[in-house]
Design a protein around this ligand. Structure first.
Ligand SMILES: *[C@@H]1O[C@H](CO)[C@@H](O)[C@H](O)[C@H]1NC(C)=O
Ligand SMILES: *[C@@H]1O[C@H](CO)[C@@H](O)[C@H](O)[C@H]1NC(C)=O
Ligand SMILES: *[C@@H]1O[C@H](CO)[C@@H](O)[C@H](O)[C@H]1NC(C)=O
Ligand SMILES: *[C@@H]1O[C@H](CO)[C@@H](O)[C@H](O)[C@H]1NC(C)=O
Length: 677
């Protein structure tokens, strides 16, 4: 219960009071008493309860109680009034000789008011949850949840629903959180009293409130002015950045008014996602003066974070681009996706305009609440020629869109979302991450210069909170993406997954073993017409390549240690894949790494089926030794390896299967609000 409200009462006057059931009125008895009063007595009708402080010795209700300097009367009412003034309370004052000096009379009208939300997170707006005014994480937590209405229910001229301040289709209401104003009381509020909803200026940037007009059939009590406003639409806008405070009608009797609350922006730097909405009962003072609030009810929402989906979640749809030259790759992908039983979505030339890097332009995620959830694509500030694809092709009913706008000069290759991944669920030194942890690549922590993921995107990712990011060192690569040296695959044992890391050491070990077994003349790039072939002997004789790969291995090992620490992994959770790199001078005259042959770790993971870049490794007994090694490393986990030829159309352009594809996955069963934070 909130603090009691101080009520002024004067003797020889009748004061009309509106009292909200559940709240308390505090009357200073001495302040309103006639001079030289020494005793008082109190009488009231049954709906009124009172206590006297300090408590009097006498017990009989009509007894004359000594009036003290600090005598206070605390008044509550147990149920709503049927009529205005239907309850009464009077205080009679007496002199020392018990002579009556005066009498103060209260005419009381009780109303029940409760602004309600789904604070217990079961999808239903319960009545007057005691925790509705605060927000707490965890299975024992509480607090209502709001979605950013970032999909588009419009049929024509689509744009995110957040960008219009009216509801064009009732289907939009399911993206919003219900809020109910429950009232009970006389047919109308006493003259001059008003109910208003209000929000702060800051919160108004993040939320809009609409009202349903369906309850207005019982609208007898509405003033013409209010009625006119609400007649305009079925779901009039009540609160927005333009209107921070708005009167809402009071219907009389027992009534419920439904509101729809729409989230407008995601948590971000400086915005933790919490929003407060207040409802106040205003009391008139006198003509020309502003009303004062005599009762305020408060509800709190938290905006749902954007959540990424790791490789261990089931795929729903696979996305690839069709270009002039990638027929071979598309054929391989189509076979794999068909075999796995998922949907393949092809982005055609008119939309991709030659940009094949489907991984880099978008990241798929979702938002979730107890009442609704839908996928949301995060559009990268990379803005290659694929830049219109997420907005034009993905945004739609129950498919949301969010982006972060960066200055052109701040955007580098590290802003492509091959550099944005997420781990499966992990437990790290006792701390649970049931939604996994986001992984990005940045410049080496001690570097004073170097490329980084742009600040607006990093700020956004960190602010989502539920998949606390890990920053790896990826600037050593020309392209600079974490997916060039790591991925996760599902596993039936241990932590439910393995971390796969590219490993030059593993490649040298494999190749030296083959050389020892007499396969030194087996050729890399065997079967590729336009590619200069190279024997294992030649490769193993190349000292500078070995030196370059020692450097690469040390970069990957640095990341390996970070991943072990931040994901709580043991050596047994990691598999090293035989992959070599080479250093090349990039545009900035820096030596950075690229894969020497197709980078097999850059794979697509579709349940148990892996689509792996075909490595064109040395053939031993007619079989590619790299493929054989991959199969032997992964098939024990129940995984099936399919090798996809991406050599000409992706590998030669410094990307592979993962860079050229994307997967929308099913959301987690785990509910983000059940996280213990
Ligand atoms: C309720 O009581 C107040 C104060 O006595 C009075 O001004 C008002 O007119 C009354 N209202 C009704 C509907 O009787
Ligand atoms: C409203 O949305 C539904 C579901 O998306 C759609 O089927 C319907 O055509 C829309 N109605 C209008 C008037 O746009
Ligand atoms: C809402 O009410 C609380 C107290 O209940 C108050 O602290 C806060 O400032 C109010 N906010 C607005 C926007 O009126
Ligand atoms: C790059 O981003 C990381 C992670 O936010 C930050 O710690 C680092 O200072 C940044 N480095 C540079 C060179 O801007």
């Amino acid at each position: 219960m909130t603090h009691p409200r101080t009520l002024r009462v004067d003797y020889d006057k009748t004061t009309a009071v509106v009292c909200v059931v559940g709240s308390e009125l505090n009357v200073n008895l001495n302040r309103g008493a006639p001079p030289s009063s020494k005793f008082f007595s109190v009488k009231c009708t049954p709906n009124v309860q009172y206590t006297i402080n300090p408590p009097p010795q006498e017990t009989a209700p009509l007894a004359q109680i000594p009036l003290k300097g600090n005598s206070v009367l605390l008044i509550t009412m147990s149920s709503a009034s049927q009529f205005e003034n239907d309850s009464k309370l009077s205080v009679q004052y007496y002199a020392n000789n018990k002579e009556v000096l005066g009498k103060a009379v209260l005419h009381l009208t009780a109303v029940e008011i409760s602004l309600d939300v789904d604070a217990d997170r079961d999808g239903i707006v319960e009545k007057n949850n005691p925790n509705k005014g605060s927000w707490k994480w965890g299975p024992k937590g509480h607090g209502a949840i709001l979605l950013v209405n970032c999909d588009s229910e419009r049929t024509y001229w689509k744009k995110p629903d957040t960008e219009q301040d009216y509801i064009s289709n009732v289907s939009d209401l399911k993206d919003m959180s219900a809020m109910v104003l429950r009232t009970r009381g006389p047919a109308k509020l006493p003259q001059g009293y008003k109910l208003t909803l209000h929000i702060s200026q800051g919160d108004a940037e993040s939320v809009r409130v609409f009202r349903s007009r369906s309850a207005d059939n019982k609208k007898n009590a509405m003033t013409d002015n209010v009625l006119y406003k609400y007649l305009l639409k079925d779901h009039p806008l009540v609160l927005s950045s333009e209107v921070l405070s708005e009167e809402v009608p009071y219907f009389g009797g027992e009534a419920e008014m439904k509101f729809y609350v729409e989230g407008l922006r995601f948590p971000d730097k400086g915005f933790d996602g919490l929003i407060t909405i207040n409802l106040s009962l205003l009391e008139p003072i006198s003509e020309g003066l502003p009303e004062t609030p005599i009762f305020t009810d408060k509800v709190v929402f938290k905006v749902a974070p954007w959540i990424m989906t790791p490789n261990t979640l089931n795929p729903v749809e696979v996305f690839v681009c069709s270009t002039e030259d990638n027929y071979q790759f598309l054929k391989g992908m189509r076979n794999l996706v068909d075999k796995s039983g998922y949907k393949l979505k092809i982005c055609y030339k008119y939309e991709n305009r030659g940009d094949r890097w489907m991984q880099d332009e978008v990241e798929f995620g979702y938002i979730d609440s107890p009442h609704h959830r839908f996928p949301v694509v995060l559009d990268s500030p990379r803005d290659g020629r694929l830049q219109d694809f997420p907005y034009n092709e993905l945004l739609g009913p129950d498919f949301g869109y969010v982006t972060r706008v960066a200055q052109r000069k701040d955007v580098s290759s590290l802003d492509s979302f091959g550099n944005l991944e997420v781990s499966p669920p992990v437990t790290v030194r006792g701390k649970h991450y049931p939604l996994g942890r986001i992984i990005i690549g940045v410049a080496f922590p001690t570097a004073t210069k170097g490329r980084n993921m742009t600040k607006v995107v990093q700020d956004f990712l960190w602010a989502q909170k539920v998949q606390e990011p890990i920053a790896l060192f990826s600037d050593w690569l020309i392209v600079g993406h974490v997916d060039e040296f790591m991925t996760f695959v599902p596993a039936p044992d241990r932590k439910g997954f393995r971390l796969l890391l590219a490993s030059p050491d593993a490649a040298y070990k494999l190749f030296r073993g083959l050389q020892n077994e007499g396969h030194g003349e087996a050729k890399l790039f065997d079967g590729l017409e336009d590619e200069q072939q190279l024997t294992l002997n030649e490769l193993l004789d190349d000292d500078s390549l070995q030196t370059e790969n020692n450097y690469v291995q040390s970069c990957i090992d640095w990341n390996r240690d970070v991943l072990k620490r931040e994901l709580g992994l043991d050596e047994g959770d990691i598999i090293d894949l035989p992959i070599l790199f080479k250093l090349e001078e990039d545009e900035g005259n820096q030596y950075r790494a690229v894969a020497y042959y197709p980078d097999m770790v850059n794979m697509i993971v579709l349940g148990k089926n892996l689509g792996i870049p075909k490595p064109f490794g040395p053939k031993v007994n007619g079989r590619c030794a790299l493929e054989a090694e991959m199969c032997s490393l992964l098939e024990g986990l129940g995984l099936s390896c399919t090798f996809i030829d991406d050599f000409a159309s992706y590998h030669k352009l410094l990307g592979e299967v993962h860079c050229g594809s994307n997967v929308r996955r099913e959301p987690f069963d785990f509910k983000w609000w059940n996280l213990e934070m």
